[in-house]
Ligand binder design. Structure first.
Ligand SMILES: Cc1ncc(COP(=O)(O)O)c(C=O)c1O
Length: 410
C-alpha cells in the first residue's frame, strides 16, 4: 500500500492531505518497450508528425478493434468533434446524448448549434438506456451519441435498431472503453463513429494526450484527413513540377465547414503502438481486481454494482459503486468516514451534465432523467489503478464495511 504525503493536485478530486490510499493520476506505468520506442523516435526519426508511426498506429488499432477505418488524433474531444462535423448537424437539429458522462462527450455536439437532448441511464447497467433514447426522438433528431462509460458497453444492438428505424447517425464515445466488447465485437465498430481517448488517466495513454476516431463508412472516412489537417490534400495526378501550383492543395468538400489541426505526433504514435500491445493485460488485471472487490462486498447489500449483461466485456476504467443509504445517512456521510477516518481518497465521478452552469448557460439545462436523478447523488468510487495488491483491496473493503456499520449504529 502506498502513502500520499503531498497536497492534492488540481484534478478536482478533493484536497485532503495524508491519504493512506491515494488516487493516482494514471492507471499504470509505461512499459519499457513504450519508453524505448519514444526515445528511438526522438533520436532517429526526421519527420516528427504524420509519418510511418501514424500509419502503423492506425493499422494496429484497426487490427485490434476490427474497425474499417481508424484515424489517430490529438485527443478524444477532437475525435468527437470530427464525428459531430461528419454527422452534418446544424442549428434546428437535435442530438440525443447521455447526461451521465464527462463534459467532453457533449461539448463538440453543442458547438454544431444542434440542440442537446439529455438521455437517462439504465438502472442496472448505469450507462445510457436505449428505451429512453427512443422516447426522446422527435422529427428533428439527427444523431444519437452513446457513451461506454467506465468501460461498460452500452446495449448496442438495441441502439442500432432504433437508429435504423429512425434513420439516425450513431456516435460511440469509447474514451473510457478501449478493449470493451459485446460478444467479441469491439466498441466503436457498431455505430458510424467510435471516439477513443489516450489521455494520461486512461487504460492506455500516448504521453498524456491522444485519441482515435474509428469510422464505418468510406464516404465519411474520405473527409477525415483534410478535416484533421487544415484541409491539406495531395493534388490528383502527376505534376511535372511538384511545387506548381503549390506544394499541396488546400480544399474541403463539405459545405460551410472549416478544417482543423487535430494531428498527433510520431513519438505519441510510437508509444501508442506499444501501449496497445499491453492493453488486454491491463484490462484483465482491472477486471480481476473489480471481481475481487465485488465478491468481498457480496455480503453487504447496502453497496451495489453495475450489472454486466451476458457477453459484455466491461474493462473497469474506474470502479464506481452505489450506496443504498442507511436511515437518513447517505453517500456523503459514508464518504466523510472513508475520507477522513480511513484516509481513502474516494471520489464522486461525473455530474449530471445539465446541472453544470456551462450547459445551463448554453441552452442545455432542460432534462427529464429520473433514474440518473435518483441514482447519482449516492454514487461514489474507490481509488483505482492497475495492479492493486490484496492488502489494499482488504483495507478498502474492510473500511467500507466498518463505515457502514458505524452509520448503522449512529
Ligand atoms: C467519456 C469521455 N469522453 C470524452 C473524453 C475526452 O477525452 P480527451 O481527454 O482525450 O479529449 C473523456 C476524457 O476523459 C471521457 O472520459
Amino acid at each position: 500500500m502506498t502513502k500520499q504525503t503531498k497536497t492534492d493536485d488540481a484534478s478536482g478530486r478533493g484536497s485532503v492531505e495524508g491519504f493512506k490510499v491515494p488516487f493516482p493520476g494514471r492507471l499504470h506505468p509505461y512499459s519499457e518497450e513504450a519508453i524505448n520506442a519514444a526515445v528511438h523516435v526522438m533520436r532517429n526519426v526526421e519527420g516528427q508528425t504524420q509519418g510511418e508511426y501514424l500509419k502503423k498506429f492506425e493499422q494496429a488499432f484497426k487490427d485490434y478493434t476490427g474497425a474499417k477505418h481508424a484515424f489517430a488524433v490529438d485527443n478524444a474531444t477532437n475525435a468527437l468533434r470530427l464525428a459531430a462535423i461528419l454527422c452534418r448537424l446544424k442549428q434546428g437539429d437535435e442530438v440525443i446524448i447521455p447526461a451521465y458522462t464527462f463534459c467532453a462527450t457533449a461539448i463538440p455536439f453543442g458547438k454544431t448549434g444542434a440542440k442537446i437532448v439529455w438521455a437517462d441511464i439504465d438502472k442496472e447497467t448505469w450507462v445510457v438506456d436505449p428505451k429512453d433514447i427512443e422516447r426522446k426522438i422527435t422529427p428533428k433528431t439527427k444523431a444519437i451519441v452513446v457513451v461506454h462509460l467506465l468501460g461498460m458497453p452500452v446495449n448496442m444492438s438495441a441502439v442500432m435498431e432504433i437508429a435504423k428505424k429512425h434513420n439516425l447517425r450513431v456516435v460511440e464515445d469509447c474514451a473510457q472503453a478501449p478493449g470493451s466488447e459485446i460478444n467479441g465485437q469491439s466498441v466503436g465498430t457498431f455505430g458510424d463513429f467510435g471516439c477513443f481517448s489516450f489521455h494520461g488517466a486512461k487504460n492506455m495513454t500516448t504521453l498524456g494526450e491522444g485519441g482515435m476516431l474509428t469510422v464505418k463508412n468510406d464516404d465519411d472516412a474520405k473527409f477525415v484527413p483534410g478535416l484533421r489537417h487544415n484541409g491539406c490534400k495531395a493534388y490528383e495526378g502527376k505534376r511535372p513540377r511538384y511545387w506548381v501550383p503549390a506544394m499541396s492543395n488546400v480544399d474541403i468538400d463539405i459545405e460551410g465547414v472549416w478544417p482543423n489541426n487535430f494531428c498527433i505526433g510520431e513519438v505519441q504514435c510510437a508509444v501508442g503502438i506499444e501501449e496497445l500491445k499491453h492493453l488486454d493485460e491491463v484490462n484483465n488485471k482491472l477486471i480481476e481486481q473489480a471481481d475481487k472487490i465485488k465478491s468481498i462486498m457480496a455480503d453487504t447489500p447496502e453497496i451495489t454494482f453495475a450489472k454486466i449483461p451476458q457477453g459484455f466485456k466491461h474493462i473497469f476504467h474506474q470502479f464506481v459503486m452505489h450506496f443504498e443509504g442507511v436511515g437518513s445517512k447517505d453517500r456523503n456521510d459514508l464518504m466523510d468516514i472513508l475520507v477522513n477516518e480511513y484516509k481513502i481518497r474516494c471520489i464522486v465521478q461525473y455530474y449530471p451534465l445539465y446541472r453544470y452552469p456551462l450547459f445551463q448557460k448554453l441552452g442545455a439545462g432542460e432534462y427529464d432523467c429520473p433514474v440518473l436523478e435518483s441514482w447519482w447523488d449516492n454514487s461514489f468510487s474507490f481509488p483505482w489503478w492497475c495492479g492493486m495488491d490484496d492488502e489494499t483491496i482488504e483495507y478498502l473493503t474492510s473500511s467500507l464495511k466498518a463505515a457502514i456499520k458505524k452509520l448503522k449504529s449512529a
